[in-house]
Design a protein around this ligand. Structure first.
Ligand SMILES: [Zn+2]
Length: 160
């Protein structure tokens, strides 16, 4: 959606809503609704914790809280229901990260059981907390790309 010509850009964004983020409107940065073209692109943008539609604005307002609306492109990222998918993939990832060290500890080192348990639990907690925002962003990016593709099909295949 074009807001204005490049020579005469008209700002239509709510400056009060984005004043704290120091980001100008979508007209200045090149358009609104720049949805990811492919699932891979959406996944990359989400894993980078950027808006999956434009890739310019941060996706998260906090550790796991998503900005409901992107301040740059206006995409409603809050409408995508990530639910338990991010948790599921994070546990799957963290489990695989911990299994190899657990086997190595069992094979190569002799240490008390309480110490091995403490180390493995610490690794599970750290891996989970580190990975969860990235995985949640990735899941949201894929959902955004799939939603955009479904929208194109419903609109008639993206006719010009
Ligand atoms: Zn955006």
């Amino acid at each position: 959606m074009s807001v204005g010509s490049s020579a005469n850009v008209i700002c239509q964004c709510d400056l009060k809503a984005i004043a704290n983020r120091a980001i100008c409107c979508a007209a200045t940065l090149g358009g609104m609704g720049d949805v990811p073209q492919t699932v891979i692109e959406g996944l990359k943008r989400g894993l980078a914790r950027r808006c999956p539609a434009c890739g310019r604005a941060p996706l998260f307002a906090g550790y796991l809280k998503i900005w409901p609306v992107c301040a740059v492109c206006g995409e409603e990222n809050g409408r995508h229901r990530v639910d338990d998918a991010a948790s599921y993939f994070t546990v799957l990832l963290a489990g695989h990260v911990v299994v190899a060290p657990a086997l190595a500890i069992e094979t190569f080192w002799t240490m008390p059981l309480w110490l091995a348990t403490f180390l493995l639990l610490a690794m599970v907690v750290a891996a989970t907390l580190l990975a969860l925002p990235f995985v949640k962003g990735g899941v949201l990016g894929v959902l955004s790309a799939l939603s955009a593709r479904r929208g194109e099909k419903e609109d008639g295949g993206g006719t010009p």
